[in-house]
Design a protein around this ligand. Sequence first.
Ligand code: NDP
Length: 463
Amino acid sequence: MAGYDYDLFVIGGGSGGVRAARVAAALGKRVGIAEEYRYGGTCVIRGCVPKKLYVYASQFPEHFADAAGYGWTVPEASFDWGALVANKDREISRLEAIYKKNVQGAGGETFQSRAKIVDPHVVHLLAEDRTVTADQILIATGGRPAPHPALPGHEHCISSNEAFDLKELPKAIMVEGGGYIAVEFANIFHGLGVDTTLVYRGKEILSRFDMDLRRMLHETMERKGIRILCHAVSESVRKRPDGRLDAHINNGTVLTVDQVMLAIGRIPNTENMGLEGIGLEMSAIGAINVDKYSRTNIDNIWAIGDVTNRVQLTPVAIHEAMCFIETAFKGNPTAPDHNTIATAVFSQPEIGTVGLSEDDAVKHHPDIEIYRASFRPMRHTLSGRDEKMLMKLVVDGTTRKVLGAHILGPDAGEMAQLLAIPLKAGLTKDDFDRTMAVHPTAAEELVTMYKPTYRVKDGQRLD
Ligand code: NDP
């Protein structure tokens, strides 16, 4: 549209926004993108990427200990938190520059500014105090850790945002929540030598996952030395005269720690963006409502990623960006497919999962076969580590379709990515059975579980 400054203006330089900006620019569209903080967004700056680097860092003590069984003598190791933070900073700065350069390289214009929508075709760039016009606007502002104003003393607590850059590694930490972030960080801190307590309000951590994995991960984490309190919530956090914190838990426990980290979900970033002013529809928690093509109630304004609160995962935001490009710029309306999304929890051991949990499958399928194997991975034979791996396939007994695949153990995330393909393709257990194993691997178990461990018929378990 020649009448506007841009064909597309993107607000938010995270995974979704940058992908849309880059691909639209590469199509020859005039594209602008504004980011108020750092290009790369949550995933690169204070999410998936630094988290995974910290997971690696926290695994070394076990590697050092395991080495003895393989004949190695490892001198006493020491850890430098400051070095890890600095090295992480260097890496994310490198990635941040690449994100920005990729947009510019494709011909897009990048702005370092907060952006506010003042009219469906007009965006105000606050840092430059000027407005630009655009034919299409894409909101991809992501989310942020949910605050907890109801908790007395919440101002003493940190979120995952701060956890990455603490000046000092705490000696003791309490992590509140039982989701991805709480579980991953509890394992990271424990691995780095921090006395760690996880406080979760429900009956078992990781409520959206298969119960077998949840239980086994819980047991394994406790065996490593992580304290897990279920059916527990903190009632207040008080600062002591010595600067430490007393977290009062509803079961009467008082935990004296150096940090309390809240990981109780994430909320969309939609405040002070002018959205109410232009009549953009949002949900009660401030997520932008979109149709199946990611279009808002205003025809030329679209939204993707965490700000829409559909599925809060980086690859989903990127997929939604690609579908948006097809729909808005290629005349090929494409709805993002949110079914059968594989996911990993980088706990220790790791979880990799795709498809239905046993409990969910039973709700929708009258005849279910469960194939389950629990074994000590070969790596732990000589190391002597008392840690088991769990693999589980959930199969529809009538159609033989594999409905769910769940793994707990080393490299589970990598396996989940590959399992996502047969599950997405709707392959059956027979297809798994006629697939040759790769030996010796842990993953070969997935194609060699020939007999069901048990069936669940009309909700009744039959062994
Ligand atoms: P989650 O939704 O995974 O977990 C939130 C946790 O906080 C749940 O255990 C929830 O309990 C609990 N909770 C919610 N409200 C309260 C409260 N008021 N008091 C006490 N506990 C509460 O959110 P996260 O913050 O862990 O992560 C946000 C999103 O980021 C995830 O949903 C995920 O999509 C994404 N993510 C993905 C990762 C990955 O792919 N590996 C890693 C990190 C994040 P309950 O279960 O009872 O609801």
